[in-house]
Ligand binder design. Structure first.
Ligand SMILES: NC(=O)C1=CN([C@@H]2O[C@H](COP(=O)(O)OP(=O)(O)OC[C@H]3O[C@@H](n4cnc5c(N)ncnc54)[C@H](OP(=O)(O)O)[C@@H]3O)[C@@H](O)[C@H]2O)C=CC1
Ligand SMILES: Nc1nc(=O)c2c([nH]1)NC[C@@H]1CN(c3ccc(C(=O)N[C@@H](CCC(=O)O)C(=O)O)cc3)C=[N+]21
Length: 298
């Protein structure tokens, strides 16, 4: 029996709807809209798409969107000066500097320069540290979005075996922390893990955040497991097509026959990332304006 498809796109639309209502309420109370500044350096096509869809979603959620598109040649100093201006700008509640940055710019230095209270990506070491020690702070959007999908489907994760493939600072590590905080038993796998398929077979919950097209096969998956596919991989274009299909890290078609539930790519985790970015911006705006918002409201 084929597993259920976890419709991240629909879930994200509901979350954006809720955020939009609360953002309109915020604007009425604060006398200004919650503001999200997105900075894009260079002209990477994928980043252009993401920045464009983030801007549209921000406006649709009754927030102000400030886009800064800088040339590839922008120096680290110029970028840091812009971040400083955004930190000081009281109409900007959230700051996102689109990654990756051009090689001549130190990403960690730029992330470190963002005011942690405006770091709606949750990448700043202060927010990573808060997450690690159980304090309230910004959680990276993709892992938080994955967690929303998991708790919506499974409720209490206590005692479940979770495997995260990937240990990046922006997905794998915070994802593992959130699963641990939800009382799952967590294994973090990576490129040095021995017998990866064997490790994955033990998972009641699998989160794949690797960046290798359809690496995870059906026979890696425990029957009935919940599979969250974070991977975004563009295949080579079919003859005559101008761009290839997007697929995840999991061989979706075959895996779905074994899994209890699985997210599709596209239409799964990606839209959640954007919806949670708006949610984090709304939380930042309330904090900056000193207006109460119960965080479990969204
Ligand atoms: N949908 C969304 O919103 C988002 C999607 N993504 C996607 O998620 C994927 C992961 O991105 P990101 O978190 O930045 O990951 P990174 O590219 O930073 O790291 C990849 C991770 O996968 C591990 N890995 C690589 N090859 C293997 C292998 N053969 N077996 C097991 N583990 C392996 C690496 O191990 P090691 O540490 O040993 O090198 C590393 O931990 C990408 O496809 C990215 O596009 C990312 C962000 C948001
Ligand atoms: N500072 C920073 N923060 C990020 O959150 C960040 C980043 N940099 N750099 C790049 C990654 C990637 N990312 C995605 C966002 C949305 C989709 C998304 O909406 N994907 C759609 C498909 C979109 C398409 O058609 O290409 C889907 O999966 O259904 C995907 C990927 C955020 N990232």
């Amino acid at each position: 029996m084929a597993g259920e498809i976890i419709d991240g796109k629909a879930f994200a639309a509901q979350l954006r709807e809720k955020v939009g209502v609360l953002a309109a309420d915020f604007a009425a109370k604060a006398g200004r809209k919650a503001g999200l500044a997105v900075v894009l350096v260079g002209d990477d096509p994928a980043s252009q798409v993401y920045v464009g869809s983030k801007g549209k979603a921000t406006l649709a959620a009754n927030m102000a969107s400030f886009e800064h598109r800088l040339p590839e040649s922008t120096s680290e100093g110029e970028l840091l000066a812009l971040v400083a201006r955004l930190n000081a700008d009281s109409t900007v509640d959230g700051i996102l500097v689109q990654l990756p940055l051009p090689a001549h710019i130190d990403e960690q230095a730029v992330i470190a320069a963002i005011d942690p209270n405006k770091d709606v990506d949750g990448f700043h070491v202060t927010n990573a540290g808060r997450l690690a020690v159980g304090q309230s702070g910004f959680v990276p959007c993709t892992p938080l979005g994955c967690m929303m999908l998991l708790t919506d489907r499974l409720g209490d994760l206590s005692g479940l075996n979770a495997v995260v493939i990937g240990r990046s600072n922006i997905v794998g590590k915070p994802m593992a922390q959130l699963l641990l905080d939800a009382n799952a038993t967590v294994t973090i796998a990576h490129s040095r893990t021995k017998d990866l398929a064997e490790v994955v077979r033990r998972a009641d919950i699998l989160v794949a955040a690797v960046g290798r097209a359809e690496m995870v096969r059906a026979d890696w998956i425990k029957p009935g497991a919940t599979v969250i596919d974070v991977g975004i991989n563009r295949l080579a274009p079919e003859p005559g097509a101008n761009k290839g299909r997007l697929v995840g890290d999991v061989a979706f078609g075959e895996a779905r026959e074994v899994a209890g539930a699985i997210t599709p790519v596209p239409g799964g985790v990606g839209p959640m990332t954007i919806a949670v970015l708006l949610r984090n911006t709304l939380v930042a705006a309330h904090r900056n304006a000193g207006i109460a918002l119960s965080e479990d409201a969204i």
